[in-house]
Ligand binder design. Structure first.
Ligand code: ATP
Length: 309
């Protein structure tokens, strides 16, 4: 059963005199990928560094699996895995030596290290490269090892900072699949600038702007954040525009192709249904009716205060 694995309460952080994060509250549940979005300088890294225990917050509390990170950092960190943007790889180590070193750093019990390393190698699809030097792996495989070091101690919560940065399209698909797979039995917080990545991997989104949380909800809610209130219809035997306007709730008509129209409407749920009924009763030959959605980029721009200035 799902439960809360990360709880952030009234989190604020100040560098010298400037507040980078102001009064952020959120929870993350125990499974699935949560996307952390925000423009440059929004406060994502600051937030991630605090919830990974790398940076101590000025105010507020972070609980990992119920353990207060500030008060019990060692116990809380047993359940945190972190893959920073710049991978902390020692290039002269073999994959297996490196993961063994990471397991020891993460205080995996001595008798369990071998098994923990074998599991991480297997899960991240790098077992066949266990004896290869890290410097001789491709970018995609180095990224897999980066993910393996984040899960080697089997934490309940993993933070990945821009994990597909610099990869080629095939490697991107593979790493995204791996992320989805490791999120089947743990929570993953994924920071990215790439909105298609969010669409491909995340079920929930948190967006930070100017240090404050401006959105927290499902991918679907994010998708529907701006209702463009337009329909696109294809009519085989269209009437004159005035007739289309006569349907209650239709506010504008724009012809975009010979049989295709974009109709502005009042946003009422019933209006598209009313339009479909009118098309049938008046024999306009309705072939297609699409309620248009905003793109993720438009939603991002709307939520980003900077872009609205
Ligand atoms: N060590 C620091 N000292 C002073 N100010 C900092 C420091 N680190 C970050 N800041 C400032 O805090 C704010 C938030 O920065 P942060 O790095 O958390 O944003 P970000 O969303 O991760 O941005 P990016 O996507 O560019 O990495 C910015 O205004 C940044 O300039």
């Amino acid at each position: 059963m799902e439960h809360t694995i990360v709880k952030v309460e009234n989190l604020s952080h100040r560098y010298a005199s400037q507040w980078a994060v102001r009064d952020i509250n959120f929870e993350i549940s125990s499974q699935g990928v949560v996307g952390l979005l925000g423009s440059n300088g929004a406060g994502k890294s600051t937030t991630m560094n605090i919830i990974c225990g790398v940076l101590k917050q000025s105010k507020g509390e972070v609980f990992i699996n119920g353990v207060n990170l500030k008060e019990n950092p060692v116990a809380a960190k047993r359940n945190i895995g972190f893959m920073p943007q710049k991978l902390p790889l020692y290039l002269d180590f073999t994959v297996e030596e490196y993961l063994t070193y990471c397991a020891e750093l993460r205080m995996v019990e001595k008798t369990q290290v071998k098994k923990a390393v074998a599991d991480a190698l297997e899960r991240c699809g790098v077992a066949h490269f266990r004896e290869r030097l890290l410097r001789n792996l491709s970018g995609g495989y180095q990224q897999r090892v980066g993910i393996a070091q984040a899960i080697v101690h089997n934490p309940k919560f993993v933070v990945l900072d821009e994990p597909t940065n610099g990869l080629d399209p095939n490697q991107i698909v593979e790493v995204r699949n791996l992320i989805k797979q490791i999120a089947l039995d743990r929570a993953v917080l994924l920071s990215t600038h790439i909105l298609t990545e969010v669409q491909a991997t995340c079920r929930e989104i948190k967006m930070i702007e100017e240090g404050q949380m401006v959105f927290s909800g499902s991918l679907e809610m994010f998708d529907n954040y701006i209702e463009p209130n337009t329909l696109v219809v294809t009519l085989d035997t269209p009437p004159v525009s005035d007739a289309l306007m006569s349907v209650e709730g239709i506010r504008s008509v724009e012809q975009i192709a010979p049989f295709r129209y974009r109709l502005g409407y009042d946003g009422e749920k019933k209006t598209p249904q009313r339009f479909a009924a009118a098309s049938v009763s008046q024999d306009w030959g309705l072939m297609e009716l699409i309620i248009e959605k905003s793109s993720l980029d438009e939603v991002f721009a709307r939520l980003s205060k900077k872009n609205n200035k």
